[in-house]
Design a protein. Structure first.
Ligand SMILES: [Zn+2]
Length: 1012
């Protein structure tokens, strides 16, 4: 081992960009003193290489063990981890020695620990935070995943964690740095959201191995990420630091009790075991090598790992000694290395002071590979049932929070008891963790995540009943039917008369088909005005007939429909008719006013879609295939698992060459039922008035009796010249253009925007996360597929588009979970929907943006038997209600309406179109709203605008400024806030804390309520 600097005895000067070409003139120096919190940063040596040691622990909120098992240190034989002991130990070690510092991240654990402490300990911790010795980084409830998450849920979970910190420590505890050191690839939208939350920068641990090597060579491990194509720079610019060694300590320098192989630092010259010289030489060697990849005279070393610091004294006493010996050595022999305890914010501040220009990145960090053939693209689709449950729970949580805001405080305490949104909010936050929504936990942990969601639903159901009773004026025995997707609903199946309340969480009226299983007979459905509405009462399902009717629900409100059986005799039953297969050109159609879908009678497959208004015709072939995954006993270096997608062959096998089909046509719906195999079926459906084609697929349990793991896709093949491009959303918000080949090299099927890829996996290496949509276009026509949960997707050939719907695997992929993704239980059988839109390119965004919004925040159907009591004597029954006095324009999405305090609400308004995206209806233009007298149940008395996570006022928020090599853009000034005139730019989200006064009988003042 050599210590380069030390041996030379030469102090190094001229740091930074000296000797390297600068692009453009040097940027202006940042002016003024450092932000207040940085006054606590440690002293650095301006003419030396400063090595910032960052003691940290990475505490997964569930993975091999459940959240509670990790917190309390139960079942350590499964995986050693005890967060309670870690925090106890760290706090005592920090108090023992003032120079020590520590970084903590996951508020799901910290807040729990905090509430178990004595006043004296809490006071001591406050002091550590005030002095900068305990620094919070990220500060979300969890360190969320970035590939399978929806932006709304990310914003919610960050808000929850940051709020705890703000309430507990004030500005001293506010994290300045985002810390996403473990998520398996990084989305651009996540960076945009962090920038809008006010973070000064982010540190990342994982990136493609080829990208990493190249960046190290080019010294581009630190950069400015421009994370939005719509928001005005530098609004979504985020300084990004890529850590040298993921989040681990250097080799041989791991001093945790779980690091069995590394020796403690002895540092006793009289001991025959003294190893200090060797370890310090090694440390200096590592530091000097690492420095070659970075640009300032500062580098960081992450001193910690998964569940480290349970015995914090062990780590810290070794680091104390390392610091003492290296710095003494430096003084004695002229080594240029200075080592210090530091924090991410203090390191970032030194980078900022260096005042360099940084390279600019505008794409994302997907897909992630940690070596050849090792693409982490399987987790985009792993555990599809859990992914759907999470998405439905996001929907229900927003309904719950809105009703808590609209009907408060009658929502929390009422005739049905006490309810609130807090438990579901916390459960949803936990689900965003990078081993939860990803499907990369053990089965027992996945079951625990589902249990948490279910408990949260329970509290929200009470709230929903209280709120509906209050707003409708009548006490019904409200109930929801969570299994409506499989046509199960005990109340409607057994009642001759019942009510259907439909709550719409969007800020615009929606029309929706409601489909319920009922008992036999003929039914009459009446709308809130008492008028009969068109209905089909004899759709067959597996065991019960189904009732179908079209409902219309006002903005942020409900409509209550009544259903009654008018005859015991069954009306004419529509039975799906078997269609016999015919060779040749025989075809079959289903159609409504807008769309015609044509099927090939020889194969039973969908073969064409037509948009009848726009006169667009697109031939296609849609069917199901599976990729062959590894099997037990096979000698392979890498197998598919919960994280990794590694097909054995690049060509997928068809589930079947043909599908048996049945046809169903009623006045309200037309369906083709396709049966591909015993474990794969699909219903292709067109409801009356619907502008998209609905493909409801059912897959599972995937058979593995042939000893092959299977990864099942739905694939659409079309004669579209897509020139190697396709498009996927980033966390459900902005769209990223993906490219599977370089234009200049025909046949080259692989591409990355910032480096020349050496592709080892032509399929898995071209998979990207799809959270809500994927599309392809030939410049004229666009085919968009919306998903109902996150899935992996790609376009591997021009005109082709595929989504992975389910996977079942026999091997573990060796990334720590230690269990094959077999899903023996309820997750084995999955039903979902793909919504297919065919549009002209200029009008496509209006179609997919508005439809995705309706799917993510779908109406909540609530049932009640008829014949209830009044909410209180003298109450008036209301069968229709709107929380808004006027609808919001289509480009505006009401992202958040929630209780914030006893007299305050949290309100987020979002422009849901990207710049230039919609040319047809001008939906990409800025839009101005008047918030005065907007809501019907409360009046806004005061409005304060905040940053995205609501933990600092927007007017006083400031971020460190960075200079990208394309030129510096000044931070725009914040205009004065006028509630009567709130302007939203494309893709802008504005967050407000509103002081409000609830009105006693809201409905008597506004709207046009319909009385029973
Ligand atoms: Zn982790």
């Amino acid at each position: 081992m050599t210590a380069l600097g030390r041996a030379s005895g030469v102090r190094v000067g001229g740091w930074g960009d000296a000797g390297r070409a600068m692009r453009g003139p040097p940027p202006p120096l940042p002016s003024g003193p450092p932000p207040l919190h940085l006054f606590t940063c440690p002293t650095v040596q301006p003419d030396m290489l400063n090595v910032h040691l960052l003691p940290h622990t990475h505490d997964d909120v569930g993975w091999v063990k459940t959240v509670d098992q990790y917190y309390y240190g139960v079942q350590n034989e499964l995986h050693h981890g005890a967060v309670k002991n870690i925090l106890d130990s760290v706090i005592s070690a920090l108090r023992a020695e003032p120079s020590r510092r520590f970084v903590y991240v996951e508020m799901a654990f910290f807040s729990r620990w905090w509430h178990q402490q004595t006043n004296a300990t809490q006071q001591a911790v406050r002091e550590l935070v005030r002095q900068g010795r305990l620094e919070f980084a990220n500060g979300g409830w969890v360190m969320n995943d970035e590939a399978a998450t929806h932006y709304g849920a990310i914003v919610d979970q960050m808000t929850l964690g940051l709020r705890f910190l703000q309430d507990t420590f004030g500005d001293d505890g506010r994290p300045r740095v985002a810390w996403h050191i473990d998520p398996f690839g990084h989305s651009r939208e996540q960076a945009s959201l962090f920038a809008q939350m006010g973070f000064d920068g982010i540190f990342l641990g994982r990136m493609d191995y080829q990208d990493r090597e190249l960046r190290k060579k080019k010294r581009e491990m630190e950069l400015v990420w421009r994370a939005s194509a719509s928001l005005q720079p530098p609004t979504a610019d985020l300084f990004t630091g890529l850590l040298s060694n993921a989040y681990d300590p250097p080799k041989h320098l791991c001093w945790d009790l779980v690091c069995d192989h590394d020796s403690s630092m002895v540092g006793d010259p009289f001991s025959p075991e003294d190893n200090a010289d060797v370890l310090i030489d090694h440390f200096l060697d590592v530091a000097t090598k690492q420095w070659q990849s970075y640009r300032t005279n500062h580098i960081v070393m992450t001193m910690g790992g998964d569940f480290h610091y349970e015995n914090a004294h062990m780590w810290f006493s070794n680091l104390d000694k390392l610091i003492q010996l290296v710095n003494a050595e430096q003084q004695a022999s002229g080594s240029p290395v200075h080592v210090l305890y530091s924090t991410p914010a203090c390191y970032l501040w030194e980078l900022n002071k260096a005042n360099l220009t940084w390279s600019l990145k505008e794409d994302d960090f997907f897909p992630y590979a940690d070596g050849p053939h090792q693409f982490w693209t399987g987790y985009f689709s792993s555990r599809p049932a859990l992914k759907r449950y999470e998405r439905v729970s996001y929907n229900f949580l927003q309904v719950c929070k809105q009703l808590e805001a609209l009907a408060a405080p009658a929502a929390n305490v009422g005739p049905y008891g006490s309810g609130d949104s807090a438990l579901l909010e916390e459960a949803m936050a936990v689900l965003q963790h990078h081993d939860a929504i990803t499907g990369t936990s053990r089965q027992l942990v996945a079951d625990d995540y589902a249990r948490r969601l279910a408990a949260g639903w329970g509290r929200c159901e009470v709230l929903l009943s209280n709120a509906l009773a209050r707003l409708s004026g009548s006490q019904e025995a409200f109930s929801i039917c969570p299994e409506l997707n499989i046509s199960v609903c005990p109340l409607s199946q057994t009642s001759a008369r019942f009510q259907v309340a439909i709550y719409n969480p969007l800020a615009r009226k929606v029309d929706r088909m409601v489909r319920l299983p009922v008992s036999a007979g003929a039914f009459l459905v009446k709308d809130p005005s008492g008028h009969a509405v068109p209905s089909d009462d004899s759709l067959p399902s597996s065991s019960f007939p189904e009732l179908l009717f079209s409902a219309s629900v006002p903005a942020l409100g409900f409509s209550i429909y009544s259903v009654s059986r008018v005859s015991l005799r069954r009306s004419k039953t529509h039975i799906p008719q078997p269609i016999s297969q015919k060779p040749g050109s025989a075809v079959l159609n289903i159609k409504n006013e807008h769309i015609r879908a044509t099927f090939n009678l020889e194969t039973g497959f969908l073969m064409q879609i037509e948009d009848l208004e726009q006169k667009l015709v697109l031939p296609m072939n849609q069917s199901f295939f599976w990729y062959k995954a590894g099997t037990v006993g096979q000698k392979i270096s890498q197998s598919s698992g919960a994280y990794i997608f590694k097909p054995q062959q690049q060509k997928p096998l068809p589930v079947s060459d043909s599908a048996q089909i049945h046809l169903l046509k009623t006045p309200l719906v037309q369906e083709v039922h396709q049966n591909f195999s015993a474990w794969c079926a699909q219903v292709v459906r067109l409801y009356r008035g619907q502008r998209h084609l609905e493909l409801e697929w059912t897959v599972g349990p995937i058979p593995v009796g042939d000893k092959w793991g299977k990864e099942v896709i739905s694939r659409f093949d079309m004669p579209l010249d897509t020139k190697g491009y396709f498009y996927t959303d980033s966390n459900g918000r902005e769209i990223l253009k993906r490219r599977k080949k370089r234009e200049s090299r025909v046949g080259e099927r692989n591409y990355r925007p910032t480096w020349n890829l050496n592709q080892t996996e032509p399929v898995a290496g071209n998979y990207y996360p799809v959270n809500t949509r994927i599309y392809i276009t030939d410049g004229k026509k666009q085919l968009t597929v919306l998903t109902d949960r996150s899935q992996g997707g790609s376009s591997l050939q021009d005109g082709s588009l595929e989504l992975m719907v389910h996977r079942r695997l026999l091997l573990d992929d060796n990334r720590g979970v230690g269990e094959p993704l077999l899903e023996e239980g309820s997750g084995s059988w999955v039903r979902g929907r793909h919504l297919v839109l065919l549009d002209a390119v200029g009008t496509a965004a209006a179609g997919h943006r508005l439809l995705a919004e309706k799917e993510v925040l779908a109406p909540q159907v609530v049932l009640a038997p008829s014949g209830s009591a009044l909410y209180h004597p003298g109450a008036t029954r209301q069968l229709q209600f709107s929380g808004l006095r006027r609808e919001l324009p289509p480009s505006v999405h009401l992202l958040t309406l929630a209780r914030w305090g006893p007299q305050t609400l949290l309100l987020r308004l979002e422009h849901q179109f990207a710049r230039g995206e919609d040319s047809g209806r001008n939906l990409s233009s800025p839009v101005t709203l008047n918030l005065q007298n907007l809501f019907s149940t409360f009046t806004i008395t005061r409005l304060q605008e905040t940053t995205l996570a609501a933990n600092q006022p927007r007017a006083s928020a400031s971020r460190l400024q960075w200079n990208p090599d394309t030129g510096t853009t000044p931070t725009p000034t914040v205009p004065p806030l006028d509630p009567a005139s709130i302007t939203l730019q494309p893709m802008e989200i504005r967050t407000f804390v509103a002081s409000v006064q609830w009105e006693e009988f809201a409905w008597s003042h506004g709207g046009d309520p319909v009385q029973a």
